[in-house]
Design a protein around this ligand. Structure first.
Ligand code: FAD
Ligand code: MLT
Ligand code: ZN
Length: 484
């Protein structure tokens, strides 16, 4: 792919309107670095289409000229998936202007949102229709539905409602050759052949650009009980989760594991956050029960369960939120852990999952390895324990040399990911592959699965224009690859 000619810019401007085509250096800059500042790329322009048809036309044009395109939503992704390479030959397509809620069907419990809708706006639109859209992430004020679909985002309600993939009824997708796949069905049952939409979910923009989605809604939440509890250890946390699920008739919507250091870092770095409990404890959980029935006495249910857990030595202390303000304060502590970690210094992040029951042993073994091998790091293993998903992060210890600490990243990653494999786990539970984990995917994915992924990529994007180098390395021409 070579740097495009001015004529191409004219054609792009002709599709989207010149005012929506950015080419000046300063205008492009905000789009060229990822949220974690791991990658900085270049693009010859940023296109801001306003309709699905315009996205499709852009792809037809880029396909004809073999121009690589990089879709970008809210740019909150963790794996550099929305950052172009450094060739300056790629076109970045921002979906931000596709931000309409096209329809809400309250009786069908569904809505149709364009890809550029900010997640929090979709949650609000659902709430205005007395419905609930459950996807919830710390980045919900800026990430977009298209990005959520393309990364198959997880977040804090997966235990109850599933990941983004589970919330989708239908999709509208611009394909590499410029066709528009219009499959915005509102049906919950539809067994007519292959589930084509699922290919685009979690594909991180490598198979098509999602322009709109038909999403599932749920009854509004009318009762909630939220508790912050100190647990004896991760084993006690997992046992507690199982008990609360049973006792509440499976009304647990969030169950987040939080280590002591995360409480200390949020209290130190985030204004307004304080430790909700008096004593010092090694591990905590943030547990939330919710129900669509206002009459459900969830507080009493949770309190009863916790009293028994205290008696049995699983719990050391706990506090139940008594108001919406107290509930938000507990959630603020949890949601700001990544930001507190960032403010505290460099960190090595691993977004892993193992079967829920294996969490304690994983933390024990991986924690021991970190203790023995990373003297300048401090472990902060936290996250969505109810889904078996840990953000197994290691932060630079106070006074440690940042550069020296960061040189450990490859060794640490290898040790952690090898252990994940031993546990039949995943090296990317919810953040995706992007450009960060392309080689990790190659290393750990079953070979047949990788072959199928490449075959799908080749079928849907034979010229390799869609987000090149993300998820999979750019494919060689077929004949060459077979003989190599
Ligand atoms: P971007 O970062 O813009 O893009 C992500 C990928 O999707 C890229 O590969 C991009 O090319 C592709 N893409 C974007 N839009 C489209 C489209 N319309 N069609 C096709 N491809 C597209 N993630 C979780 O899963 N769970 C969490 O709990 C969580 N918490 C977070 C907390 C914070 C504070 C932050 C900063 C991030 C968090 N994330 C979390 C990560 C991130 O927010 C999610 O991955 C989110 O889904 C990305 O959405 P986005 O719109 O920002 O996508
Ligand atoms: C979270 O759950 O807080 C995020 O997925 C992890 C992170 O932001 O590092
Ligand atoms: Zn997470």
């Amino acid at each position: 792919m070579s740097v495009p000619q001015p004529r191409l810019l004219e054609q792009i401007a002709g599709i989207i309107g010149p005012q929506h085509l950015l080419t000046a250096g300063a205008e492009l800059e905000p789009f060229l670095t990822d949220h974690r500042e791991l990658y900085h790329g270049r693009a010859f322009a940023v296109a801001q289409p306003g309709t699905a048809d315009q996205v499709a036309q852009l792809l037809a044009l880029c396909n004809a000229h073999r121009i690589g395109v990089v879709p970008q939503g809210g740019n909150t992704g963790y794996c550099g998936g929305a950052t172009p390479d450094d060739s300056g030959a790629q076109l970045l397509i921002s979906l931000a202007r596709l931000n309409r809620i096209r329809a809400i069907d309250a009786l069908n419990y569904s809505l149709i949102a364009e890809a550029g809708c900010v997640l929090a706006d979709v949650q609000r639109a659902a709430a205005e229709a007395q419905r609930f859209f459950p996807l919830s992430l710390g980045s919900e004020g800026s990430c977009q539905i298209g990005g959520n679909l393309a990364t198959n985002a997880g977040g804090v309600h997966v235990l109850r409602y599933g990941m983004m993939r589970d919330l989708v009824l239908g999709l509208e997708v611009a394909l590499a050759d410029g066709r528009l796949l219009s499959s915005l069905t509102r049906l919950r049952k539809d067994n007519t052949g292959y589930d084509i939409k699922s290919l685009f979910l979690g594909a991180e923009g490598t198979l098509g650009i999602i322009t709109a989605a038909s999403l599932k809604l749920f009854p509004s939440i009318r009762a909630a009980a939220t508790a912050f509890a100190a647990v004896r250890d991760p084993r006690a946390a997992v046992e507690l989760l199982s008990r609360v699920r049973e006792a509440s008739g499976d009304r647990v919507s969030s169950f987040e594991l939080i280590p002591r250091l995360a409480v200390e870092l949020t209290a130190r770095h985030i204004p307004g956050v304080r430790d909700p409990l008096d004593g010092v404890h090694a591990w905590y959980v943030l547990c939330e029960l919710t129900s669509a029935r206002a009459a459900d006495t969830l507080d009493a249910m949770l309190a009863e369960c916790f009293e028994q857990a205290l008696e049995d030595g699983l719990l050391e202390d706990a506090v139940l939120a008594r108001s919406e303000r107290e509930r938000s304060a507990l959630w603020r502590l949890r949601e700001t852990i990544p930001e507190a970690q960032r403010r505290d210094g460099a960190s090595l992040k691993h977004d892993i999952s193992v079967p829920v029951g294996a969490i304690p042993e994983f933390i024990e073994r991986a924690g021991r390895w970190v203790h023995d091998n990373v003297p300048d790091g401090r472990l902060i293993a936290y996250g969505h324990a109810g889904d078996g998903n840990l953000h197994f992060n290691i932060n630079q210890a106070p006074g440690a040399d940042r550069a020296a600490f960061l040189t450990r990243s490859e060794t640490v990653k290898r040790a952690i990911h090898d252990l994940v494999r031993e546990f039949d786990g995943s090296i990317s539970a919810e953040h995706g592959i992007g450009q960060l984990k392309v080689l990790e995917l190659e290393r750990y994915a079953p070979p047949v699965e990788l072959e199928l992924m490449r075959a799908v990529k080749r079928a849907l994007d034979p010229n390799g224009i869609l987000n090149p180098g993300k998820v999979l390395r750019p494919l060689q021409p077929e004949a060459q690859e077979r003989s190599s």
